[in-house]
Design a protein around this ligand. Sequence first.
Ligand code: ATP
Length: 228
Amino acid sequence: MISVKDLCFAYSSDKLILDHLNLELKENQIHGIVGLNGAGKTTFLHTLFGLNKPLEGKLLFNGEPLTKKQIAYLVTENYFYANITAREYLELVKNTDFNIEEWNALFGLPLDDLIENYSTGMKKKIAFLAMLKQDKAIMILDEPFNGLDLESSRIIRSLLLKLKEKGKTILLTSHVLETLTNVCDKLHHLENGQINYSCEKEDFDVFEQKIYQTIEKRNQQKIEELLD
Ligand SMILES: Nc1ncnc2c1ncn2[C@@H]1O[C@H](COP(=O)(O)OP(=O)(O)OP(=O)(O)O)[C@@H](O)[C@H]1O
């Protein structure tokens, strides 16, 4: 289990982006983080992975300090070395007896082409294969479905469900609530630097209603004032 205790992080001294955030992420579960643009989702994932140094708080994995080595992180924007083919890139990624050809049968990517000539969705797929190749206990995915076609989204969904069964702890974000409710076991709402609401699968419809009602309430009057 990942335990996040009183996590604080700021980019500047005047505003905490993560403000004593507490969260528990159990293994064999897929967790989704929901929040508005700028709520701090990516900042939180970066901090979990160790790219941001927390001001305060603890990050534990099964009671021990969490380390980068335990995590595979799929970032929103993937950057690759220039002038490298997909096959060369996958060969560079350390770990396991991962058979590149067999796994690529899922996506049918032209492995000997330069990644810089790949489309956005193709880059996402190669980053996803690299993540699988690392075979880490924890998988963090920032907007994994962004830019993917319907079939690839379903493949990734099925893979995540299978990886969960195999004991991985999985955390992901998406701006589309339905993509999260389709795959997650638990959802967490990030607002004002904290997880202010979490819920299990059986309460996802309540969660959805609550979020949409809050959004409607906040904006309906503004829209009416502008257009009336
Ligand atoms: N490198 C940075 N330096 C300074 N401020 C940053 C930096 N990265 C993010 N921020 C700020 O931190 C806040 C949280 O940003 P973050 O990208 O974590 O939000 P998010 O929830 O992932 O947003 P989105 O849904 O738009 O991707 C925002 O106010 C953003 O402007």
